[in-house]
Design a protein around this ligand. Structure first.
Ligand code: AQP
Length: 337
């Protein structure tokens, strides 16, 4: 069995604005892993962003640069991590084609994200949305990444990545792609909508009130938390008391993740409080943690030339890492070079 050097890869789609779930479930973890001294590669997956619906080209360009500004404002450092956008490294698409031919239709049919996003209108969904998980597997395995920090919703796609790697290795009789581990950690691996505690907070939810965007100013953040849906009971005295209270549990988990404490710590501090006093405490904490990020993002977006320079330099580094892996893949598959 080959032993692979630990290497972290993850990515986010530039669709709309980054929301609190993306920050707590993904970017905050990205920064922690970067600062743990691991080799880290973080991508803006712009090719995934055109799978679900038509993206206006100007909006896509803007969202790509804004996501880059968020990465930087949250603490990702181009000197420590490779930061780039996917479409600048063509090897992602090259490997994705090979994986389209490794992945089985039956596997793809089980992907819950496709079912959620295509809804009842699967016949009208794009082929790209269906093939999305094979491109995601290529994003990860192109760098022989061993660890992928993601939110809970992406676990199934990382498991599929492992299935694709195992089938490729088996079919070609090699030990070439690693078995990648999803890293799903922290108090907020699934942040829920502020309007419905049973639904994931999402960038593309039609209701802006359902989420906190990283571009929201302090007043907007405070207002959204004040208006967040809750039940009439005070916070329970134990974490177990949150079990059947999705909205209360969501706000407690958001508090815990922002304060970097556990949900039990939050309950120890605020158990028995009414939402009339807990929500302002959460709003203060959220503004304290998030407003500096949105201010820094706005400053960085004042110079998109510099953002483009960071992405292009990152893409050069990523392409150099990917080059030997795609070349060996082509040799294994039997493509004449
Ligand atoms: N609500 C969430 N809680 C915790 N983690 C989350 N992530 C997304 N939503 C939550 C994590 O953020 C990363 C990037 O996600 P993505 O943009 O690639 O796609 P997504 O998972 O589909 O995120 P959204 O916000 O729901 O985007 P849209 O609306 O464009 O589809 C992933 O690690 C994800 O787990």
């Amino acid at each position: 069995m080959t032993s692979f050097t630990p290497r972290v890869f993850s990515g986010i789609q530039p669709t709309n604005h980054l929301q609190l779930g993306n920050y707590l479930g993904a970017v905050k973890r990205f920064v922690a892993m970067q600062n743990d001294g691991m080799e880290t590669i973080y991508c803006i997956v712009d090719q995934h962003a055109i799978t679900a619906s038509f993206q206006n080209p100007a909006d896509l360009r803007h969202a790509t640069r804004e996501l880059a500004s968020a990465y930087l404002a949250c603490g990702l450092d181009p000197a420590k991590s490779v930061l780039f956008n996917q479409s600048q490294v063509p090897a992602h698409s090259q490997l994705a084609w090979v994986f389209n031919c490794v992945a089985r239709m039956g596997w793809m049919n089980r992907m819950t994200q496709f079912k959620d996003k295509a809804g009842k209108n699967a016949e009208k969904a794009s082929l790209g949305l269906y093939a999305y998980p094979a491109l995601m597997a290529a994003d990860i395995l192109l760098y022989h990444a061993t660890h992928v920090p993601v939110g809970e919703d992406q676990k199934q796609h990382v498991e599929l990545t492992r299935d694709i790697a195992a089938k490729f290795n088996h079919d070609y009789g090699v030990d070439f792609f690693p078995e990648t581990q999803p890293i799903i950690e922290g108090a907020a691996t699934r942040v829920m909508s502020l309007r419905d505690g049973t639904k994931k907070m999402s960038k593309s939810d039609p209701s802006d009130a359902s989420r906190i965007n990283l571009t929201d100013d302090a007043d907007t953040i405070a207002k959204k938390i004040r208006k967040a849906k809750t039940d009439p009971e005070p916070l329970p005295e134990t974490v177990g008391g949150l079990a059947d209270r999705p909205e209360a549990r969501n706000l407690v988990n958001i508090y815990a993740a922002l304060a970097e404490i556990t949900a039990a710590d939050v309950i120890a501090q605020h158990g028995g409080s009414q939402f009339g006093s807990f929500k302002p405490a959460l709003a203060d904490l959220a503004v304290d943690k998030l407003a500096p990020i949105s201010t820094e993002m706005a400053r960085l977006m004042g110079d998109v030339t510099e953002i483009d320079r960071v992405l292009s330099q990152g893409a050069e580094r990523a392409a150099a890492m990917a080059e030997p892996i795609i070349a060996q893949t082509y040799d294994i598959v039997g493509f004449v070079r």
